[in-house]
Design a protein. Structure first.
Length: 186
């Protein structure tokens, strides 16, 4: 690559019927100035490229951290959901067992005891319904929390080429949100 220094230092031999030395010198001066400007612009562009490359690396680190956080939240959410389902099943089984035991006892006792036991059974069933409602409310709040986390992550600015990666990332976030919404409806 020819630099402005090369143009500045170039000397031509004089010929009897050659070009005018002043015109050559003027042209070389213009060429030297343009080469200087191009070198300055190239250095400036390289500097900007380096800044942008640093930002891309920083955003990629942030993206990895966010993915790790999302995976951790999903794992924790699944664990909480599994624990809640197990506890709900246990509560339901215990309530059902109590209701069955009370019902058996009510059948065996005479009329006065049956009336008293029916009241107790009704209370236990109300407790069962309340427990089931609490489980349903807990599941709904958990799904709402997942949905809000996904919306926050989806609203983050994209830092890579919109023609390729951004569309794929947005689609993935939309698919996750749709899956969570589908599970909450069930």
């Amino acid at each position: 690559m020819i630099t402005s220094k090369d143009v500045r230092n170039k000397r031509f031999e004089k010929a009897a019927f050659g070009y005018k030395q002043e015109e050559i010198d003027e042209f070389l001066s213009q060429l030297e100035a343009e080469l200087d400007e191009m070198e300055r612009e190239r250095a400036e562009a390289n500097s900007k490229i380096q800044v942008l490359a640093d930002k891309v690396r920083e955003y990629m680190r942030d993206e990895d951290a966010l993915k790790d956080a999302l995976l951790g939240a999903q794992k924790q959410g699944h664990q909480v959901l599994n624990d809640a389902n197990e506890k709900a099943e246990q509560i339901i089984a215990e309530a059902q067992a109590k209701a069955d035991a009370l019902e058996d006892e009510a059948v065996r006792q005479h009329a006065e005891a049956m009336e008293k036991n029916r009241e107790e059974i009704a209370k236990e069933k109300e407790a069962l319904i309340e427990a089931q409602q609490q489980v349903a409310d807990f599941k709904k709040s958990l799904f709402d929390m997942y949905k809000s986390h996904l919306e926050l992550i989806s609203s983050m600015p994209e830092t890579f080429d919109e023609a390729t990666g951004a569309a794929e990332e947005a689609q993935t976030a939309e698919e996750i949100a749709a899956a969570v919404a589908g599970e909450s409806e069930e």
